[in-house]
Design a protein around this ligand. Structure first.
Ligand code: AQP
Length: 328
C-alpha cells in the first residue's frame, strides 16, 4: 500500500496558503493509502519561538488536522517530538548530506538572509536532514507538499541514492506531489511573495474571523487594467485571487477565468470572498469545537504509539545497516 506522509510546522498561525497547499488535500489521501500526518514541532525550534506560542500553535494544528476531515482511524496523526526515532535517525543521516548541499537550499538562504553566522542555529542549516528523517522513517512513497518544499524532498532523494548505494536497499525512495492548482498562494498585499506564516504581511489566517477575512480579500492588491485574467507576470494580484478561487472550487484556472469574463475587479473579489467563506466557515466551526473538546490530545497519544512502532522498525534497519552493534 502506498505510504503518504506530510506535516506542518507550528511556527505561526496557519494561513490560507497552508490550507490550500496542505490541509485541504489530506483527507483525500487517507482513502488512497496509508497516511501519516504530523506536527513538525522540532522544526519549529529552528528559529526563535516563545514556548507558550509553540504549544498553542501545535494544539491549533492538531485541531485543524481533525477539522480538515482526517480520521484518526485511517490516518496516523502525531507530534514529531513524541516519536524519538526522528531525532535518532537524524543523528545518523546527518552524516550523509554535505555542507555544500545544505548551503544551497533556498529555504535556508531565505531564512538566514538577514542573520549573521552567530545567529544562525545549526538546526536551521541542517533542517533538510531532519525532514529527510521524517520522511524516510515511515518508508513514505509520496510526500504532498507546496512548491517551496520540493527542494527538500529532492535532497532526501539524493540522500536515499547515496545511502542505498553504500549499504544496499535500505531506504525507500520518496516522491514529492504538488498541487495542480494552489501550490504557491501569494500574499494579498504583495502578490510577488509567498503567503507565509512566519512573514505575516498580507496573510489570511485560518483563525481570523470571517469579517476580517472578507475585508482582507476586498482590499487585496490588484493590478492595472480591468480584465480578470490569469497572468502571474503582469497581473500577479488577480492571478493569485483566481488561484485561490479555483483551488477552493476544485476547478482549473481556465474554468475559473471563464466564470469571471466581463466581471469588474470589485465583483470578482466579492465572489472570491464568498467562496472563501463557504469553505472556511464550516471548517473553522469544526476547528473551534475540536479545540474546545480537547479530543485532539487522545488522538495525538494514540498516533504517537502507532507512529513509533513503524518508525522503530526503520530505525533498527538503518542502525543495523551502518554497523551499530545490536544488543537485543
Ligand atoms: N503560500 C502557500 N501556498 C501553498 N502551500 C503552502 N504551504 C505553505 N505556504 C503555502 C504548504 O503548507 C505545508 C506546511 O508548510 P510548513 O509549515 O512545513 O512550512 P512552509 O512551507 O515554510 O510554510 P510557511 O507557512 O511559509 O511556514 P514558515 O513561514 O514557518 O516557513 C507545506 O506543504 C507547504 O508547502
Amino acid at each position: 500500500m502506498t505510504r503518504i506522509l506530510s506535516g506542518i510546522k507550528p511556527t505561526g498561525q496557519l494561513t490560507l496558503g497552508n490550507y490550500i497547499g496542505a490541509l485541504k488535500r489530506f483527507k483525500d489521501f487517507q482513502d488512497s493509502g496509508e497516511v501519516f500526518i504530523f506536527i513538525a514541532d522540532l522544526h519549529a525550534l529552528t528559529l526563535p519561538i516563545d514556548p507558550e506560542v509553540l504549544k498553542e500553535n501545535s494544539r491549533d494544528i492538531a485541531a485543524f488536522y481533525l477539522a480538515s476531515g482526517l480520521d484518526p482511524k485511517k490516518a496516523t496523526i502525531f507530534l514529531q517530538s513524541s516519536v524519538s526515532a526522528h531525532a535518532e535517525l537524524n543523528a545518523i543521516l546527518q552524516n550523509y548530506l554535505y555542507m555544500g548541499e545544505l548551503r544551497r537550499m533556498t529555504q535556508f538562504k531565505d531564512k538566514s538572509a538577514k542573520m549573521n553566522d552567530n545567529q544562525i542555529g545549526l538546526g536551521l542549516f541542517a533542517y533538510p536532514v531532519l525532514m529527510a528523517s521524517d520522511i524516510l522513517l515511515y518508508d513514505a512513497n509520496i510526500v504532498p507538499v507546496g512548491e517551496d518544499q520540493i527542494q527538500h524532498v529532492e535532497i532526501t532523494r539524493d540522500l536515499v541514492n547515496r545511502f542505498n548505494h553504500r549499504y544496499g536497499d535500505i531506504l525507500v525512495m520518496p516522491k514529492a506531489q504538488v498541487n495542480k492548482v494552489g501550490a504557491r498562494i501569494m500574499s494579498l498585499s504583495d502578490p510577488t511573495k509567498k503567503m507565509s506564516k512566519s512573514d505575516p504581511k498580507g496573510d489570511i489566517f485560518l483563525k481570523d474571523d470571517m469579517k476580517t477575512i472578507r475585508k482582507k480579500i476586498m482590499s487585496a492588491v490588484t493590478d492595472l487594467g480591468c480584465e480578470v485574467k490569469y497572468d502571474p507576470e503582469n497581473k500577479p494580484g488577480i492571478s493569485n485571487l483566481l488561484t485561490i478561487y479555483a483551488a477552493l472550487s476544485d476547478i482549473s484556472i481556465s474554468e475559473a477565468e471563464e466564470r469571471f469574463v466581463g466581471f469588474r475587479y470589485g465583483d470578482f473579489k466579492k465572489a472570491v470572498a464568498d467562496k472563501v467563506e463557504e469553505i472556511l466557515g464550516p471548517f473553522k466551526a469544526r476547528y473551534e469545537e475540536i479545540l474546545a473538546s480537547g479530543e485532539y490530545l487522545e488522538v495525538l497519544k494514540e498516533g504517537a504509539k502507532k507512529a513509533e512502532e513503524i518508525a522503530n522498525v526503520t530505525l533498527k534497519r538503518v542502525q543495523k545497516a551502518v554497523g551499530l552493534l545490536p544488543i537485543e
